[in-house]
Structures are given as C-alpha cells and as structure tokens.
Design a binder for this molecule. Sequence first.
Ligand SMILES: Cc1cc2nc3c(=O)[nH]c(=O)nc-3n(C[C@H](O)[C@H](O)[C@H](O)COP(=O)(O)OP(=O)(O)OC[C@H]3O[C@@H](n4cnc5c(N)ncnc54)[C@H](O)[C@@H]3O)c2cc1C
Length: 289
Amino acid sequence: MDFLHPTTWEEALAAKAEHPDALPIQGGTDVMVELNFDLRRPPALLDLGPVRELARWETLPDGTVRVGAGVSYARLITELGDRLPGLAQAARTVGSPQIRTRGTAGGNLGAASPAGDAHPPLLATDAVYEVESAARGVRLIPATEFYLGVKRNALEPDELIRAFRTTPAVGPQYFSKIGTRNAMVIAVCSFAVALFPAERRVGTGLGSAAPTPRRAYAAEEFLAAEADWDADLDDAVAERFGELVRTAASPIDDVRGTAEYRRHALGVLARRALTWAWHDHRRGARECA
Ligand SMILES: Cc1cc2nc3c(=O)[nH]c(=O)nc-3n(C[C@H](O)[C@H](O)[C@H](O)COP(=O)(O)OP(=O)(O)OC[C@H]3O[C@@H](n4cnc5c(N)ncnc54)[C@H](O)[C@@H]3O)c2cc1C
C-alpha cells in the first residue's frame, strides 16, 4: 500500500487528482479500524495530518464560522463550544478522550455514517460543507444535500473535504443521544435542535434514524407556525413536535435497537431537547426584560 504524504492543501488536492483511489486519512479513528479488521484495502493512503490548513478555524467577514476538516472534537469543545454549542455537545459524546483528540468532524463527514454524531447538529444549524478538487475548485454543498445513502456522500473521487461553515449560535442548541451505555458508544439514535428566536424558527437533525442523517421538516414547520415565542412552551406543542420528529424517521432494526424503539426514542429525545432549549430561550428573554 502506498502512503502519500502531502504537506500543503494544494499538494493534497494534486495527490487526490493523481490517485483518485487513495483513501484520505485524518484522525484515523475510522480508517485504522477498517484497515486493522481488513474491511478495506485501498491501494494508497492519503495522509492529511500534516496539512496545516485543515487544522485551522476562522470567522469569515459575514460572521460565518469556517472550521477546517482537521479540527479535532477536543478542539471543537474547547475552542468553539461557545459559538457552536450543539456541535460541542455532540462532540463531548464521541468515543473517549483519545478518540476526541484524534477524531474530527471532517472524518465524520467523510465516513457519512447515519450514526455519526456531528451530522445532526450540523444539519440543525444549516451548515454548508466546503469540498474542493484541483480540477474544478471549491464546491459548497448544503448539509441537506451531502448525504446520499448509508456511508455515501456527495464527494467526487478527486475531491477532498476542506471545511464546514455554519453560523454561530443565535439561540439555544441541544444534542441528545441514546446509546446502549453512557460512553464509548455508537448512537442508537440521536437528535439535535437549534433555535433561531429572531426568525421564529427551529432547525432539527436526526441521527441513526434513516439511511442518512436528515432533518424533520414537518416538525420545524409546525413549530414555526404554532409556537408562541413570547410564552413558555405549551405541553401539547412539545408533544406534537416529538410526534412529527418520530414520523420523520425511517429507521431499521439492527444490533443496537429496533426500528420501533428508535422511533419512540426519537420522539422522546425531540420533546426533551426542545423543552430544554425553550427553557433557555425563555430564561434569556426574562433576563433581557
Ligand atoms: C472506539 C471508537 C469510538 C467511536 N465513537 C464514536 C462516536 O461516539 N460517535 C461518532 O460519530 N463516531 C465515533 N467513532 C468513529 C470516528 O471516531 C468518527 O467517525 C470520527 O469523526 C472520524 O474522524 P477521523 O478524523 O478519525 O476520520 P478518519 O478515520 O481519518 O477518516 C474517516 C473517513 O473520512 C474520510 N476523510 C477524512 N478526512 C477527509 C477529508 N478531508 N476529505 C475527504 N474524506 C476524508 C476518510 O477517507 C474515511 O473514509 C468511534 C471510533 C472508535 C474507534
């Protein structure tokens, strides 16, 4: 197996163009498991670790946060937890301290597992993924269009993920996950919510709920139409929101849980996460009054 070792982004793009079959490796927390268990035998590995451009994040002039694909979960928590609280909460649930030190949201996007924990908060906050090839330059792909099937994403063979872009939180955000135990566990199902109080709207993201991570549009539209943003959350509204999230899911039975359990659990997670977020929203409004 060849080992390609670019040190700049341009070199990485050139290497991917020349070797489209080369498998990118960032933190290696997915790739090394696949190699060790002989689930994959690529002709070459493309090591992105030394590419410093991927390990940076910045705030763009329009206020958007642009986070390099090589920023670890540990750094998302410590450096971006205030701006991206939903994603940071999800990052805290990933693996163990070792996995969070090596693993990246960029690698989660590359793997595109329906159970990946970065996807729901990125969907809920309207994230856009920046991918690039040497031949065609940058493509910006909305998160909602990136996931094409189980572990399949919209990347072309000569493209690499450069960064994700999202707006810093303008309201409360929560991520909630069910596993078969409390830590070091792949989600049985997960849910993220982000409130946008000034726009009177909410974003959602569902994980382990369908072949791809997805949003619950009907639940979002229901809340935008029915919720009174100047009052405490009505129990019936929260309940209906949970039901609509549940019906947005099309999960499967597998070793981690049954489809029926997942649907039920998603409804509960959604109701709870919305209730926590709404509580924070109302407390913020009272403190400002
Ligand atoms: C013990 C353990 C526990 C785990 N727990 C969790 C968990 O709780 N939640 C969770 O979501 N995941 C978990 N994972 C899976 C893994 O840690 C995550 O998916 C992580 O985000 C992968 O990031 P990475 O940088 O290590 O990716 P890598 O392993 O380097 O790469 C993952 C995939 O993305 C591709 N890739 C990487 N970077 C790029 C790029 N810039 N452009 C294009 N493609 C790219 C690779 O080719 C590969 O297909 C766990 C893994 C282990 C081993």
